[in-house]
Design a protein around this ligand. Sequence first.
Ligand code: ADP
Ligand code: MG
Length: 247
Amino acid sequence: MSTAENNRVVVTDLVKSYGSNEVLKGLNLTVKNNEVVCMIGPSGSGKSTFLRCLNKLEDPTSGKVVVDGYDISDSKTDMNKVREGIGMVFQHFNLFPNLTVLENVMLAPVELKKATKEAAAKEAQSLLAEVGLAEKADAYPTSLSGGQEQRVAIARALAMHPDIMLFDEPTSALDPEMVGDVLDVMKKLAEQGMTMIVVTHEMGFAKEVADRVVFMADGHIMEEGDPQQIFDHPQNPRTQDFLRKVL
Ligand code: ADP
Ligand code: MG
């Protein structure tokens, strides 16, 4: 496999402005197949905006974003096709309250005609088992805890067989006792070789699971490296200051 084919995400000089507010100030990042990249940094530094530019929930102001070989900065690129390959899990799980857990997980594959109802139901059941919720298939989202809902949201994203999973602070809204189960599911995914970009405040997770940690501040990538480098020997004063506050 050539190097280019081995890259899942290639971001070049990405700038995103809202009016006169330049939120991303020329970001460069390459994520390889099977790589787990954790993004850390203070609130307001542009982490969510960056993730949203990867599936064009936000339109980049300038720069180039290539995901799964598709140049998504090119207006001719079929974004529906690209998005099918990108799973996204947010802080606030938005399951459909009127559908059962199983129906939530099978919805997209059926709607997008990727699977028959029978096949989708069978796979949804096995994905629910993967996230430890096999017995909740017929429950409604309102009867679940936040951590269980978030694990269903992960199963729902996986049902589309994504090549990349993007997580935006998936555990930040959870009660502390729920966090571990969700992180365990994410860790298992990483071990199975999923390419993942995870914005997180869970430094323990980043230390243990990330292949690479990226520290963002003020719309810049200030520093990146393997977890040991970033957590034990941060070079940038901003990284040092941030880690002093959170560790
Ligand atoms: P983080 O996820 O690191 O906390 P964000 O990407 O959410 O940071 O936000 C970065 C900056 O962009 C903030 O100053 C925020 O106010 C601004 N911002 C984010 N989304 C919008 C938007 N839709 N319109 C205007 N400003 C925005
Ligand atoms: Mg954010």
